[in-house]
Design a protein around this ligand. Structure first.
Ligand SMILES: [Zn+2]
Length: 409
């Protein structure tokens, strides 16, 4: 049976135009028509969804989450006491919170096995559509090497269908990329620099050789996959872009040269501005080791300057929050941070709809045009005039996924 959603208005991120007295008709999970009620007539047998008082827009897309990380800080004692099966099931709550914040599609940047997507697709629990990286790859001692100085390794997710994170050398890289694709990954995630939440490296240092990065990009491409790079160091970002990586995550030290490299290759930046904020908030609540909090504080100002520079230069920016560092369902705050650094409200909304859909390869998401996925949200007012409407889960009054209402209030 078709569904007809009646709202006060319909916002199209592609054109930044708003239509009043709108209706969206979804049948068999796809949008069949959307527009003003004077022009679009719902079929007589359609199920009515009343969204009076709400502006409808496409379901949002978060290009960088970790559904199996709880986002409540890094407590190593708790990590040691958490069996991998429970860690994996953290995704049940993350999926619901993500969906209820209006994010109907995500790209998971590592730590989430394919079974989570299969479970959501089979309706075991509600969740967003997913593109998955499954494993985070780094060199020995790099960002994904979770060996602590005591000698214990606390892996991101040691489930058997999450291939190991540490890899060194060109041929081992080729094999590991093949294993990750075999495990159900759509993206390959590399760390081409150090990071904040890893004990033994520095965000300033590049990791992996150019040959290793190239090998990953080549192997991924043979099977139609792209590569995303956790890249904070300037040299790490350069290496990634030079070797054909498609998206740069975090991007803490971006200069004018690097902006040119992004523009030349039509590559995208996923800033995750909210993640270092959460590292510091967790630290203030005693839920972050001192070494991680110190690293987080040290990068915030440079990170903001870099993202401001990239926005000004016109670098393609896809919305991503790194939720799993912070709590799932709070990622809308990223809109406010992007806006603060110079992104216009219409571009903020595009970054999480049309741009993200194209960047992560989520065909049919981020749009309510005919044939799009039937994913939409409703907020009480004009999100262009007030980004708080998409920044807080409580303001998202309606969420529809594939034509089914998954949140209504
Ligand atoms: Zn991440």
């Amino acid at each position: 049976m078709p569904t007809a959603v009646f709202g006060d208005a319909l916002y199209d991120p592609a054109t930044a135009e708003t239509v009043r007295d709108a209706v969206v008709i979804i049948d068999d999970g796809r949008v069949v028509a959307a527009g003003a009620r004077s022009q679009v007539k719902p079929p007589a047998d359609a199920t009515r969804v009343d969204a009076e008082g709400l502006t409808l827009l496409p379901g949002l897309i978060d290009s960088h989450v970790h559904l199996c990380f709880q986002g409540r800080g890094l407590d190593l004692g708790e990590s040691l006491a958490t069996p991998p099966s429970l860690l994996t099931l953290f995704a049940v709550e993350s999926c619901r919170n993500t969906l209820e914040a209006g994010f109907t599609t995500v790209r998971d940047a590592g730590g989430t096995p394919h079974g989570i997507r299969l479970a959501v697709d089979r309706g075991y629990f509600p969740g967003p559509r997913m593109r998955l990286a499954v494993t985070v790859l780094s060199q020995t001692g790099g960002h994904a090497d979770q060996h602590f100085p005591c000698g214990v390794a606390v892996d991101f997710n040691p489930m058997p269908d999450v291939p190991p994170s540490v890899v060194d050398g060109v041929e081992p890289m080729r094999q590991r990329v093949r294993e990750i694709i075999r495990s159900g990954a759509d993206w390959i995630k590399l760390c081409t620099s150090g990071g904040v939440l890893s004990p033994g490296d520095s965000p300033h240092h590049a990791t992996f050789t150019l040959d290793e990065i190239r090998a990953a990009v080549e192997e991924a491409a043979t099977q139609g996959r792209k590569v995303m790079a956790h890249a904070q160091a300037n040299q790490g970002i350069r290496n990634a872009l030079q070797c054909g990586v498609s998206t740069v995550e975090h991007g803490i030290w971006i200069d004018d040269d690097v902006c040119e490299m992004f523009l030349d290759g039509d590559r995208a930046l996923v800033p995750t501005l909210v993640a270092p904020q959460w590292v510091i908030r967790h630290a203030e609540n005693g839920r972050m080791p001192k070494w991680a909090a110190d690293k987080g504080r040290a990068v915030i100002a440079d990170h903001e300057a870099s993202i401001r520079r990239a926005i000004e230069a016109g670098v393609k920016v896809a919305f991503g929050s790194d939720s799993g560092v912070g709590p799932h369902g709070t990622q809308g705050e990223e809109f406010l941070l992007l806006h603060k650094l110079g992104m216009s409200p219409d571009n903020c909304l595009r970054s999480a709809t049309t741009v993200a859909a194209e960047v992560i390869g989520a065909a049919g998401a981020g749009s309510l045009g005919e044939g799009s996925l039937g994913d939409l949200i409703g907020v009480p007012g004009d999100p262009l005039a007030d980004l708080e409407l998409v920044a807080k889960a409580a303001n998202v009054h309606l969420v529809v996924k594939g034509g089914e209402v998954v949140k209504a209030r």
